[in-house]
Design a protein around this ligand. Structure first.
Ligand SMILES: Cc1cc2nc3c(=O)[nH]c(=O)nc-3n(C[C@H](O)[C@H](O)[C@H](O)COP(=O)(O)OP(=O)(O)OC[C@H]3O[C@@H](n4cnc5c(N)ncnc54)[C@H](O)[C@@H]3O)c2cc1C
Length: 494
């Protein structure tokens, strides 16, 4: 086959932080769905594996492959919604159909130019659309599920190079129009809730996602308010639950230490506002000094150096970092307010555990306080960044961390040079797993293939596995990650 642009042999691929790397046999950057089909078939003939990668923003091994690594920056166009294939009841809805490799940042710019916007997003925008849905990336706000819940239709290349369009049973595509257009080219339309719930979160092992249809909404503006509280008040508010209903977005930064205050918290709320373009600059920006300092190239290294040299300063740093973010009013277009800003640039990694919001989310904070205290006492190991609590609506996607119940997602961020950070996160993960915790696929986790772990965590795991076995019949999408968690079909060299 002719080599598409970006082809490379045995070149090291690293994720964005550099904590995951691998030397795949080949790297491809295919520009079209037909090239993807060819690569998958070629891999099957050679009996090696294939894995698509997005922008490498997973801290876990979920994007690694020893076989053919498929970069998706050539599949990043904001293609149109194919109005001619829409069922009549879907016309008039706000739908976009970008290719899977487009980053959230470029998608936001495209939508903005058309007076549209994503209804929600994670706290950052450098990830790709296919990447975020594959790991069930989420934001905060109990009326919103994870980003995969905004997907209405997916075009994927599965084992054998077979192209499927997969949608719910009442999905947007008009079968007659689609099949007439694709007559003889082997593409298959599947409109089936079970298949759709299975492929909605696939961790890269159900095929290569080439296009995604998303439902969006008209462009809107948000006001962000950040207030300092202690855990005592936040705990009472969470038990009452009204704050989660009243605010479009509600999230908490939390310190597990008692210093001047017992377990300080920074509460962020975001709600609709009007276009702030006539407001003074101060109301349209976050704390500029903090943003400037966070964006300053040396800041991350200074923070890292401090936690490296004097870890016991961490509780003080956590409380002051949160205080520095207090702000009464920041109004801007939605996607700028939903992006948490310069904090994303710090060299850090994270593990994130989802706990059901049935009372266990309150116990989870107590468990974190206990683990942090034990690690401090036993090994002088400290939490090196504030812990984030975000609140996400239940998702129907079988392998979403939010499947089946509203979930508090607990993000345990560590600066990259903090001693013992990985061990501390593993201790949190163990403690939270006793409270029904499910680790984020894209963040550092210690899941194994042992003792039916995934089957116990995910009630629809077997149903997911059945669809996975169909779409990955040859095992071409197996990987070191699928080996680790026990979902490989193990026919090929992974
Ligand atoms: C700074 C930062 C901020 C973050 N913020 C959040 C947040 O707010 N909320 C949250 O939930 N998570 C967050 N994350 C985690 C991140 O969103 C996920 O790990 C996400 O999956 C990364 O997307 P990516 O495009 O970089 O994909 P990658 O990391 O490259 O890949 C992730 C997975 O998607 C698969 N994949 C990628 N493209 C395709 C494709 N075309 N077809 C099939 N499979 C594909 C890969 O095989 C892999 O399994 C953050 C991570 C970072 C580094």
């Amino acid at each position: 086959m002719s080599r598409p642009p970006g082809f490379a042999l045995r070149r090291t691929w690293k994720n964005h932080l550099g904590n995951q790397w691998i030397d795949p046999l080949r790297i491809y950057a295919p520009p079209s769905i037909d090239e993807v089909r060819q690569i998958v078939r070629e891999a099957e003939e050679a009996r090696v594996t294939v894995r698509a990668v997005g922008s490498g923003h997973s801290w876990s091994d979920v994007a690694l492959t020893r076989g053919f690594l498929l970069k998706t920056d050539g599949l990043a166009r904001p293609v149109t919604s194919e109005q001619e294939f829409l069922r009549p009841e879907w016309t008039g809805r706000q739908l976009v159909r970008p290719e899977g490799g487009i980053r959230i940042k470029e998608l936001n710019a495209y939508l903005d130019g058309r007076g549209l916007a994503l209804s929600n997003m994670g706290g950052y925008d450098h990830q790709t659309v296919a990447g975020v849905i594959s790991t069930s990336t989420h934001g905060s706000g109990l009326t919103f599920g994870p980003l995969n819940d905004f997907v209405r239709s997916l075009d994927i290349v599965a084992a054998g190079g077979q192209v499927y369009r997969i949608e719910p049973s009442d999905g947007p595509t008009d079968r007659e129009a689609y099949e007439a257009h694709h007559h003889g080219d082997g593409r298959m339309l599947v409109q089936d809730d079970h298949w759709f719930n299975a492929v909605a979160v696939g961790m890269g092992c159900i095929g290569v996602i080439c296009t995604v249809m998303l439902e969006v909404q008209p462009k809107y503006y948000l006001r962000e308010v950040r207030e300092f509280h202690t855990w005592k008040k936040v705990r009472a508010d969470l038990i009452d639950g009204e704050v989660l209903e009243r605010n479009r977005h509600y999230e908490v930064l939390f310190s597990p230490y008692e210093l001047k205050h017992a377990y300080p918290c920074l509460v962020t709320t975001r709600n609709y506002t009007t276009n702030p373009s006539r407001k003074p600059l101060d109301k349209r920006t976050r704390n500029w000094a903090v943003e400037l300092a966070s964006g300053f190239p040396l800041t991350p290294h200074i923070l890292n150096l401090i936690v490296d040299l004097k870890p016991s300063l961490s509780p003080w740093m956590l409380e002051n970092a949160m205080r520095a973010l207090i702000k009464k009013e920041y109004d801007e277009v939605s996607y700028k307010v939903l992006n948490i800003g310069a904090a994303n640039l710090l060299p850090a990694y994270s593990c994130e555990i989802g706990v059901p919001m049935d009372g266990r989310h309150i116990e989870a904070a107590d468990a974190i306080i206990q683990v942090a205290a034990e690690s401090r006492k036993l090994g002088d190991v400290y939490q090196s960044a504030p812990i984030s609590f975000r609140f996400v609506k239940a998702s129907n996607a079988y392998m979403s961390m939010m499947n089946g119940h509203d979930t508090m997602m607990i993000e345990l961020i560590q600066l990259s040079r903090c001693d013992g950070g990985y061990e501390l996160n593993a201790a949190y993960e163990r403690a939270l797993s006793k409270l029904g915790g499910r680790p984020h696929w894209g963040q550092v986790n210690t899941l194994t293939a042992g003792e039916g772990l995934l089957a116990r965590m995910y009630p629809h795991y077997r149903a997911w596995l059945n669809v996975h076995r169909r779409l990955n019949a040859s095992g071409v999408f197996d990987s070191p990650f699928t080996d680790r968690v026990g979902i490989s079909t193990a026919h090929f060299t992974p």
